[in-house]
Each structure stands twice: as C-alpha cells, then as structure tokens.
Design a protein around this ligand. Structure first.
Ligand code: DQA
Length: 138
C-alpha cells in the first residue's frame, strides 16, 4: 500500500470561508474525508500549518520514508526559498498542487520556489487538483 501525505500551507485552514469564488465553499476537512474514500487502497495522511518552519519540519520528517508528498504550500510557494530547498533535499517525490490556476492570477503567483524540484505541478482544477496529484503517484 502506498503511503502518501497531503501537506497544506497557510490560510488553507480557512477553505470554505476564504474567497469562496476562488477556492470554493467546502472545508478541507470535509473534502479530506471524500479524498480518503476515493483511494481506499492508499494510506493517506493530512497535515496543515500556517507556519513555514513547521512545513519544513514535516517535509524532513516524511521526506525519506513516504512514497509521495502532495504539497500545496499556498502563498509560501511564491516566497519560500526554505521550502524549495527542503523539497530539493528530500528523496520522496513531491507534486506541487494549487486549487486555483496560479498562472491566470497576479504575476507574483507565477513564481514558484518548489516547481523546479517537484515531480510535477497541478494547478487550476479546484479541489480535484488533489485527486489528480494522488493519481499521479499510483
Ligand atoms: C493556492 C494559490 C496561492 O497563490 C495562494 O496564495 C493560496 C492558494 C491555491 O491552492 O490555489 O493560498 O496555493
């Protein structure tokens, strides 16, 4: 059984309440239950933090023994050399995920410190971006 983890970054704990016209009206905890039921043969975990260093610590913790990481680093995608370096330094492959299409939004969202060291990037398919990322590991 493959062991995968979804890591969500800052403000994604507000999904459902936050800018619903962009991110939808479902909370991630609700969606996570759906996600698990779609992949009964996969060991799936979930971690969310608004704190950059906690995301880096989690990447270090899982990054040598899990089969895949689905990472939505949210705003830190566009700012964090530290998270980018962590993705580079671990051996578990990382798929970068975004709910919105970051390339159709503001210019600062077109930059990613993660993408260059990721297995791939999935952006713009709503919450289904997470499904596509999980499928890419199976
Ligand atoms: C996001 C896109 C980021 O630009 C933004 O800062 C987020 C969410 C997305 O999932 O669409 O917080 O990662």
């Amino acid at each position: 059984m493959k062991k995968l983890i979804v890591i969500n970054g800052p403000n994604l704990n507000l999904l459902g309440k936050r800018e619903p016209e962009i991110y939808g009206s479902k909370t991630f905890t609700e969606y996570y239950e759906e996600l698990k039921s779609k992949f009964p043969d996969t060991e799936l975990e979930y971690f969310q933090s608004n704190i950059e260093g906690e995301i880096i610590n989690k990447l270090h913790e899982v990054g040598f023994n899990y089969d895949g990481i689905i990472l939505n680093a949210a705003a830190y995608t566009h700012t964090s050399v530290g998270i980018g370096d962590a993705v580079k330094g671990i051996s578990t492959p990382v798929v970068e995920v975004h709910i919105s299409n970051v390339h159709s939004r503001e210019d600062f969202r077109h930059v990613s410190y993660i993408a260059g060291n990721a297995k791939g990037v999935i952006s713009g398919f709503g919450l289904n971006s997470y499904v596509l990322a999980i499928q890419s590991f199976l």
